[in-house]
Design a protein around this ligand. Sequence first.
Ligand code: TMP
Ligand code: MG
Length: 214
Amino acid sequence: MMKTVQRGALIVIEGVDRSGKSTQCKKLVESLISQNIKAQLMNFPDRSNLTGKLINEYLINSDCKLNDRAIHLLFSANRWENVEKMNTLLYGGTTLVVDRYSYSGIAFSAAKGGMDMNWLKQAENGLPKPDLVFLLTLNHEEAAKRVGFGEERYENEAMQKKVSNIFSQLAKEEDNWRVIEASDSIESLQAILLGHTLDVIARVAKQELKSLHF
Ligand code: TMP
Ligand code: MG
């Protein structure tokens, strides 16, 4: 009998800057691997590729001038550059834990104002659709106390509060989001994320990956 290959799950963690996404993503990958589940970390923006280098310059250099729509499309292009890699890994059975995705693209651009929400979403349509999205929520006062806050463009109170509201709005539009309060300890948060992730990995293994369709 032919053995069917089971695909990995596409898991995304979203949240405001300094909400603990990167720590949780890393730990989640480690936990999965320790249970003999193939898993890999990805993060967006992916600063290693061509578009990523431009994006990095825009984020770290406040003198860098770039039209809001142009940078929006660059963030999106940065995801499109990785589609083949993502599909290959997922269909090869590897679960991807992704630190930020299309929802960050939409939320941060929408928070700037002046751009239509449907236009912002359009660039993301067709990308692999996450099987599960965690939204880590953390009030601004807590996030701002964490190491490094304020170093990059967008890391200011007005922007982060708007982004946080838009994330909450996006979370209500689909049923594959889990909103998690992120002020708990790293360990208790990790236990919650791992539980949900293991459920989803088992549930989607034989399902086809969907595409984003806003
Ligand atoms: P990072 O802190 O996760 O490296 O992300 C850098 C910043 O880029 C962060 O403030 C969120 C922002 N961002 C966007 O504006 N659009 C996007 O599509 C992504 C992935 C991130
Ligand atoms: Mg950041």
